[in-house]
Design a protein around this ligand. Sequence first.
Ligand SMILES: NC(=O)c1ccc[n+]([C@@H]2O[C@H](COP(=O)([O-])OP(=O)(O)OC[C@H]3O[C@@H](n4cnc5c(N)ncnc54)[C@H](O)[C@@H]3O)[C@@H](O)[C@H]2O)c1
Length: 356
Amino acid sequence: MEREILRLGWRTDKETRVVSAGDLRGFCRDCGSRRVFLVADARVMSLHSQAVLRGVGDRLLGTFVMEASEKLKTPRTLQALWSELHRAGVSRNDIVLAVGGGIVLDVGAFAASTWMRGVRLVLAPTTLLAQVDACLGGKTAVNVGGVRNQAGTFYPADLVWICAEILTTLPEREYRCGCGEILKTAILSGSAELQEIAGGLPLPGRERTEWSRRAASACLAFKAGIVEADPEEKSDRILLNLGHTLGHALESATGFGLNHGEAVSLGILASSIMARRLGAPAGFTEEVLSCLCGLGLPVRLPRRITGLSRFLRRDKKACPEGTTWILPFGWGDCRPTLLSPDAEGELVAGALEEIS
Ligand SMILES: NC(=O)c1ccc[n+]([C@@H]2O[C@H](COP(=O)([O-])OP(=O)(O)OC[C@H]3O[C@@H](n4cnc5c(N)ncnc54)[C@H](O)[C@@H]3O)[C@@H](O)[C@H]2O)c1
């Protein structure tokens, strides 16, 4: 006979402080005497190494510089990073500081969460996508076998340091990728401010920097509310996957020929078409389409996509009965919807046909 003898609560009292600043100088101000191991994006270091290293100062214990490529967001890279943490003698009292876009933050945070079973973590996101989304919420990940984010942990950062000025060197295509996550948050939240922000991306310059700062504050405030209530995605946090079920499959099926933000944008558009086929007002899909065009994001598949169902089956939300999709029926009205494999196949095929 079985009998439960113990239940142990795991809710930590850890807090994430998010700071918006004009430069990187202060990101180690709270570190005290702790030493810092830096995990950094190679491109960011080629452009901003002076600012990054000045911010770390004489606390620097070691550095791991990596290319931001989905093909390198793997267990092999994680293992190489662990070896460097070992070589540098990183201890429980030290800090892992990750500086870069979502790829470097996901890998750096995974290493911090597993090294000595968890060391302090500071994140300095340097892409728009990472500033409006990936830096907050504690998800860490690597890809396995070409499938997105198959292994990972939940491990919130102690400090997130957001500097909108660092985005001035971001390539235009990457800037636009971040806009996809902003549109996602605008749809989920139904917030008038975010809807206005998602209405269009200003030209490079002061106005764009200010726009990015506003976008990060508004998106992170919304995400914080969801994540605080459901840190480990047991209920409402699933909503944040809007556009991602199809987006991840598109990324994998194109061999990462589409960037994350582009794939998610197509995923949002296709989900709105699927919702329309289930009764959502047709005008809403038109509004999504118009926002995507205003933000310079793709609204058509780049080519004929094959083998998508293999990747859809690997989705973390897939179960024998089907997969829970987040379908947008309007601004602020997104519904988790369990689709059987047959229903999914039919709706996805119809939506892809429309955006081919
Ligand atoms: N953990 C989460 O909650 C979460 C959320 C969303 C996305 N993600 C992950 O984020 C990843 C995508 O991240 P991303 O879109 O930030 O892209 P990325 O990390 O691939 O970076 C994009 C490109 O921009 C370059 N770059 C970065 N900062 C720059 C700067 N300031 N100036 C010039 N170039 C710069 C990088 O070198 C790279 O070439 C995906 O792997 C996705 O799974 C994670």
